[in-house]
Design a protein around this ligand. Structure first.
Ligand code: OGA
Ligand code: NI
Length: 370
């Protein structure tokens, strides 16, 4: 019996559920994540990590061309160039939900230092790192493995730490010393780029340039720093299960290893690691307020025999604030032919639903559909 058959057999019995739960607890109690297993020399992927088989095929290389948008001179008064960029942003947001940006203004050395800083956080002495290990999402700095460990059907081959950097960033002393300065610096750059992207996205929706920023879409920023260790049996597990992102928008910095794939026309398409580029994707709340004009598209990360792979996902969302503001489809976008497809919700309600569900392969957005 191979591991996948084992997975399917086991999922059906109550006994296996109990087994799984205690295995998860034992893994959680180590407080050293997947990296801890790899350091201890595991040569087989433990049962809890085995993912069910996937039904989509990988696209042949070159079948689809992943969109790249050059943001050079975006702040100049060259309106013709700006219009062209807005057109590309609209097209990519409607069809892919994803694009890469180049010449975006975030200095290359800051990006490289951020990747190094995140790597050094995960590779520092385990006893030091453990002090941040928690499942309490009210903490300003959270390190753990699999935010949805006890809810998701399969555990992912990755560890993560995150900090909430806007609004009200933590004082520098609260951040891990090993990467403190670069996190602050990188977050400042991302906030700036976020504002410009929300301007472009607003115009791409046919709205006033400041519309999305005035709705506070760029107000909250969490910086989520992933570490995907090398994996001895990458075909049995995933770095990240298929999911769409919560929040409004995600800006991702990935290193050179690769593994991120986007579901496009029922094919898994690789997001090619591109030096100097950042990956932008529409997240669920932007799909909701745009009434499905922009798409929050599912993606996943493959495990890899080679590693570690480092990526930093910056989520624009204020899920961590107590706020009662309601978000629903933007009135200016609605008409008799295009009636509202979603009920209004708060970011907190949305995020709580997303987190409780975990990365189980289904869309959280459906729950809010009228
Ligand atoms: C995420 C995500 C992709 C990556 O954090 O939501 O999809 O490449 N990350 O790490
Ligand atoms: Ni994601």
């Amino acid at each position: 019996m191979n591991n996948r058959t084992r997975y399917i057999k086991k999922m059906d019995t109550n006994e296996s559920k109990h087994d799984r739960k205690s295995e998860l607890k034992a893994f959680d109690d180590t407080k050293s994540g997947v990296k801890g297993l790899v350091d201890a020399g595991v040569s087989k992927v433990p049962q809890i990590f085995i993912s069910p088989p996937d039904t989509y095929s990988n696209s042949n290389t070159g079948q689809f061309i992943f969109p790249v948008i050059d943001l050079q001179d975006m702040d100049s008064h060259d309106q013709i160039n700006r219009k062209k960029v807005i057109e590309k942003v609209r097209d990519a947001s409607e069809t892919w939900g994803f694009f890469q940006v180049i010449n975006h203004g975030v200095p290359c050395d800051v990006m490289e230092e951020m990747i190094r800083g995140v790597c050094s956080f995960h590779e520092q002495d385990t006893d030091i790192k453990k002090q941040w290990y928690t499942r309490e999402l009210t903490k300003r700095v959270v390190y753990n493995s699999n935010f949805d460990l006890y809810n998701a059907p399969a555990t992912n081959w990755r560890d993560t730490f995150f900090c909430i950097m806007a609004p009200n960033p933590p004082s520098p002393e609260e951040l891990p010393p090993i990467c403190r300065d670069i996190i602050v610096k990188y977050s400042e750059e991302v906030k700036k780029l976020g504002r410009s992207l929300f301007e472009l996205l607003a115009e791409a929706l046919g709205l006033n340039r400041n519309y999305l920023n005035e709705m506070d879409c760029g107000e909250g920023l969490s910086v989520v720093c992933h570490y995907y260790p090398a994996c001895p049996e990458p075909e049995l597990t995933l770095g990240a299960s298929k999911h769409a992102d919560d929040g409004f928008l995600t800006l991702l910095l990935q290193d050179h290893i690769g593994g991120l794939q986007v579901l496009h026309r029922n094919h898994w398409v690789d997001v090619p690691p591109t030096p100097g580029a950042l990956v932008v994707n529409i997240a669920d709340l932007l799909q909701l307020i745009s009434n499905d004009k922009f798409k929050s598209v599912e993606h996943r990360v493959l495990a890899n025999r080679v590693g570690p792979r480092i990526s930093i996902a910056c989520f624009f969302s204020t899920f961590f604030l107590e706020a009662s503001r309601l978000y629903g489809p933007i009135k200016e976008l609605l008409s008799e032919e295009n009636p509202s497809k979603y009920r209004e919700t708060t970011i907190q309600e949305y995020a709580a639903y997303f987190t409780a569900k975990g990365l189980d392969g289904t869309s959280a957005l459906q729950h809010f559909r009228l």
